[in-house]
Write a protein that binds this ligand. Structure first.
Ligand SMILES: [Zn+2]
Length: 319
């Protein structure tokens, strides 16, 4: 107990270091051998720190644009035109909605589809099942709670960029967020021509300003009590796994926000002899050459690579 308490904690802000590697390579080891390597590293590890980016939700089946958007957002395309915005859930979020009634008419719909009502957990479950017996923690830039829905306890999750379930004061005037799923459902039911009734428009209970989704898009993002508690648990886990056999398992992290998972994972692997990096991505699994055999980067359809690695791990367990 004492050793844990006296151990120097790494704050999240200290963790966020590292830079673009100048020696990225796509490893040329054949796929099957890479799966074998990745499974062997994980099998051997006591700690697995999962770092999940947007590619993980996509690999698991989450859709944001294309036919899915046409199907579920036709109402908004009709009102606002397809233009540059109404193409997918990411771009549409930036549409300059004319008023709060329209803004929440759109956002309540997206928040439910991408958050509370999204269920693409089979792949997440496969992975968690295969990692049974390991000490696991998840660092995620996704706001969709899919690992939690798949059964990973909330205490083992640090979702750094916010949540589709929460709203906050637009100017972040006080450090609180509010669960708005029930309100979103009410908005969804009462929306007409893209707008919600004025009586449903949320206002900040402290300063009276408009509210926003609790998603990190600017400096007004609110890091509430739960966020800080998760940061604390993450820091504690990080301190522990620096001393043990650890695999950093990176899933679907590209170069959109590489400073949160990608670069720090590379730096940790470089600095700690006992840490290994397994990087899975559809096409961005290049790894720094100087990590040598301590890093495995697998460019492949992640639904396939995660399933293959999980099968190897489970196969071993049965023997
Ligand atoms: Zn406020």
């Amino acid at each position: 107990m004492f050793s844990r308490n006296t151990k120097k904690k790494t704050r999240f802000s200290d963790f966020l270091t590292g830079e673009y590697a100048r020696d990225y390579i796509n490893q040329d080891t054949p796929y099957d051998a890479q799966i074998e390597q990745a499974a062997a590293l994980i099998r051997d590890a006591e700690y697995v720190l999962i770092g999940a980016g947007a590619g993980m939700s996509t690999a698991a089946g989450a859709e944001y644009g294309g036919k899915f958007f046409e199907e579920h957002f036709a109402e908004f395309q009709k009102i606002y035109g397809k233009g540059p915005y109404m193409q997918d859930m990411y771009s549409a979020g930036f549409y300059p909605f004319p008023d709060q009634e329209s803004k929440w008419g759109y956002w309540s719909h997206q928040a439910l589809l991408a958050g509370a009502d999204l269920d693409v957990t089979p792949l997440h479950k496969t992975l968690l099942e295969a990692l049974k017996g390991k000490k696991i923690f998840l660092l995620s830039t996704n706001a969709d709670h899919q690992f939690e829905k798949a059964g990973l306890p909330a205490e083992q999750i640090f979702q750094t960029q916010g949540s589709y379930n929460l709203i906050q004061c637009k100017r972040g005037c006080h450090p609180k967020t509010y669960n708005a799923v029930a309100l979103f459902r009410q908005m969804e039911n009462e929306r007409k021509d893209g707008k919600i009734p004025s009586k449903l428009v949320p206002k900040c209970p402290v300063c009276g300003r408009d509210m926003e989704m609790n998603l990190r898009v600017d400096n007004y993002f609110v890091e509430d009590e739960n966020w800080h508690a998760a940061e604390d648990r993450f820091s504690r886990f990080l301190s522990e796994c620096k001393d043990g056999k650890t695999v950093l398992l990176e899933l679907g992290v590209g170069f959109n926000t590489p400073t949160i998972i990608r670069f720090p994972f590379e730096k940790l692997t470089r600095e700690y002899e006992n840490i290994r990096l397994v990087r899975l991505s559809r096409s961005k699994a290049m790894v720094p050459a100087n990590l040598g055999e301590r890093a495995v980067g697998i460019n492949a359809d992640m639904a396939r690579s995660i399933t293959d690695i999980s099968e190897k791990l489970r196969g071993c367990e049965k023997e």
